[in-house]
Design a protein around this ligand. Structure first.
Ligand code: ZN
Length: 155
């Protein structure tokens, strides 16, 4: 084990609370437990991200650390200093589009995991026509959901 390993082992990063308190009065619209950049609410997984990277001489002090969600930390990992602030401003101003773009693969993945019955229900819920030539389970799912909506709508 080299001296660098020892230094890394003994580095003390300020707590997330300390970092938040430092930036709360310096940045507009940041809230506890939300990513500073994209505002996503993440109560457990916010990460301490360096503004000026450590390898560029950045410190582990509160004024060089932001609290970011995993996605933002990964997006900003290779940028540092002035470039980081440009990225930060862009992300902060475009968080709606960015959040939607990040969610899309998850939504698609979730849809791919539906069984036929659930897919039938889903198509009905979002107002699609029932697809032709699907399995019985699909037709049942669609049909049951349709019935449910008729009943609720008729009351
Ligand atoms: Zn984020």
């Amino acid at each position: 084990m080299g001296i660098n390993d020892l230094i890394i082992k003994h580095r003390k990063m300020p707590s997330q609370k300390k970092i938040f308190e430092h930036w709360e009065i310096r940045l507009d619209s940041i809230y506890p437990q939300q990513c500073f950049a994209c505002s996503s609410l993440d109560t457990t997984k916010l990460e301490r991200a360096h503004i000026l990277a450590r390898c560029n001489g950045g410190s582990d002090e509160v004024d060089n650390l932001h609290l970011l969600c995993r996605n933002c930390h990964v997006s900003s990992e290779t940028i540092s200093g002035k470039k980081y602030w440009q990225w930060f401003k862009y992300t902060f101003e475009n968080w709606v589009e960015i959040t939607i773009a990040r969610c899309k693969p998850h939504i698609n993945m979730a849809l791919n995991n539906l069984n036929d019955l659930e897919r039938g229900e889903y198509d009905c819920v979002i107002g699609y026509q029932a697809l032709e030539g699907q399995s019985d389970a699909y037709d049942i799912g669609y049909g049951e959901q349709y019935q449910k909506e008729q009943t609720v709508g008729g009351q």
